[in-house]
Design a protein around this ligand. Sequence first.
Ligand SMILES: [Fe+2]
Ligand SMILES: [Fe+2]
Length: 246
Amino acid sequence: MTLLAHLSDSHVGATDHSAQRLRAVLAALPAGVDAILLTGDVSDHGAPGEYRAVRSLLPASALVCPGNHDLRAEFREHLLGLPPGDAPINSAHRLPGLLVLMCDSLVPGEDYGLLAEETLTWMDAELSAEPELPAVLAFHHPPIQIGIELPDSIRLRETEGLTALLDRHPQVRALLCGHVHSPVAGDFAGRPVRIAPGIISTMQLPGEAGKGKFDLTMGPGFALHVLEDGGITTHFRVLPVEGVVL
Ligand SMILES: [Fe+2]
Ligand SMILES: [Fe+2]
């Protein structure tokens, strides 16, 4: 069994308490997780100080990919400690019995997402190297509609390449995304899609009671993915809002 803690959308720098919400989530994770994933919108403005704040909180082993609120050069330099550069930030991680691909779906200057040809080629090569090894693909923008107008308008576009990739690689067990600030389970091209709750806020469906589209009064949350026997089971957690105020 592999246990993944899936976090997303910390947006550190968005509010006075954004870092506190990330800290609360990290403190709530169970012992024994095999990896911590953070699927983008790590910072709110892509500012160096926001990345340094996240870096001081996240375990060094945490796996990250950028979102539309992130800036590649700053993300590389101040979160990952790498030389600046503007190429997609893709990384492969081999856990016992599981390949995790952290993929860059951001389009500079845009809120919608795209898996660039360069990224799809890289994913294909990584998956082809060990076709028997179960894998999960993590990227910020979900390839599915979720029933909320704003995120649906800025979801992953041009998904034909992703569909073709999944057709070639049946070992991909799930797609792990963020971006929509709501715990969501769906499917794409026959594979489970799991979207982590937003740490900074919760986006609501039309008609739900709350404080608007981005509800800051709900607590931060995370997902726990159990990968076992070829499948994925997901447990969503939402923390009490006390102590992690707006
Ligand atoms: Fe976000
Ligand atoms: Fe986003």
